[in-house]
Design a protein around this ligand. Structure first.
Ligand SMILES: [Zn+2]
Length: 83
């Protein structure tokens, strides 16, 4: 994982908004999402969810939740750190 040499080592793994310094609240926005959810009807007429086949056709953007700065360049790192 590449680190910016100007970034202090201890902050190497954390995404920090360069605009406001926020490092805790982020928003992921996906364009053109087709939400497809499969359901199975049970014997009693109720339904159970049986899989989520949603597709994202558009871009995924990643924003700071504090100042709405576009942090999409950090989105790959976000995905690597998502558990
Ligand atoms: Zn910010």
């Amino acid at each position: 994982m590449a680190c910016d040499p100007k970034t202090p080592r201890k902050n190497c793994m954390r995404i920090t908004c360069p605009g406001c310094g926020n490092d805790s609240d982020f928003i992921e926005v996906a364009d053109n999402v087709i939400l497809t959810t499969r359901y199975v009807q049970n014997e009693d007429g109720s339904f159970s969810q049986d899989g989520d086949e949603s597709q994202i056709l558009g871009e995924i953007k990643f924003y700071c939740a504090e100042c709405n700065a576009d942090l999409t360049s950090a989105h790959n790192r976000f995905l690597e750190m998502l558990f």
